[in-house]
Design a protein around this ligand. Structure first.
Ligand code: OMP
Length: 245
């Protein structure tokens, strides 16, 4: 099973803080994480911030969670394909037509820029959603697990590389998807007493045991007094000591 280096979500408001984290995570670690650039940094600093991370040797997970009509997503993904990133995200709730259009655009943009095609991942149910929100606000019957499983099947059928989900749903997803389908899992907390706004959380070790292909971790690293030490500890837990820093 393919397992990626931990994906560190650099959810910070200013460029200086972001670059400081890039420097520390590239200079002070033997195994560099994948860097996740999300809406906060990208809306403020655009492709330039990706370039700054790439210059330090990082692979980039660009998390803009596209969710729009198929034509708009196709055209947006054509632009993303030109940026030379490793992963991109779309919402499975946009439907199979949207996901297929996004993939088409991504491949076209990547080919034009002679980049390799980024892995496209579908958001299933955000890890901040629980059954109460599913039932009362989204008006979806059934369990979170069933909804996530349904979206994963749809993403796999649409040709995507994988999904973003909680590690808790991996075994249900594996029942309905191709063997090499990726499950990338945020909602990671080394200390399960600290949830923040996350609802479906597991530890790095539990994520590994549940078959996660890669963990996404933000605040437990970026808000730590020592982000490098926190990263190393989380990485060590995920890889259970093998190959660890
Ligand atoms: O797509 C994501 O990365 C994502 C999906 C999801 O369901 N839940 C989720 O938390 N994320 C992202 O994962 C990161 C989690 O951050 P922390 O809760 O600080 O570890 C954030 O950047 C979220 O945007």
């Amino acid at each position: 099973m393919e397992r990626f280096e931990p994906i560190v979500a650099i959810d910070v408001p200013d460029k200086r803080k972001a670059v400081q984290l890039f420097d520390r995570l590239s200079n002070d670690t033997d195994h560099m994480p994948i860097i996740k650039i999300g809406m906060e940094l990208f809306y403020a600093f655009g492709p330039g911030i990706i370039k700054q991370a790439k210059e330090r040797g990082f692979k980039i997970f660009l998390d803009l969670k596209a969710h729009d009509i198929p034509n708009t997503v196709e055209r947006a993904m054509a632009q993303v394909g030109r940026l030379g990133v490793a992963f991109v995200t779309v919402h499975a709730a946009g439907g199979s037509e949207m996901m297929k259009a996004g993939l088409r655009g991504l491949k076209q943009g990547a080919a034009e820029a002679r980049n390799s095609v980024p892995k496209m991942l579908a958001i299933t149910q955000l890890t901040s959603i629980d059954e109460e929100i599913l039932h009362n606000e989204q008006k979806i019957n059934g369990t979170v697990m069933e909804s996530v499983q349904n979206y994963a099947r749809l993403a796999d059928e649409s040709g995507l590389a994988g999904v973003v989900c909680s590690a808790k749903e991996i075994s249900a997803i594996r029942e309905v998807t191709n063997p090499d389908f990726l499950c990338i899992t945020p909602g990671i907390r080394p200390d399960l007493n600290t949830h923040d706004d996350q609802k479906r959380v597991v530890t790095p070790k539990q994520a590994a045991e549940m078959g996660s292909n890669g963990i996404v971790v933000g605040r437990p690293i970026t808000q730590s007094d020592d982000p490098v030490a926190a990263y190393k500890e989380i990485r060590h837990e995920f890889f259970e000591g093998e190959n660890a820093d």
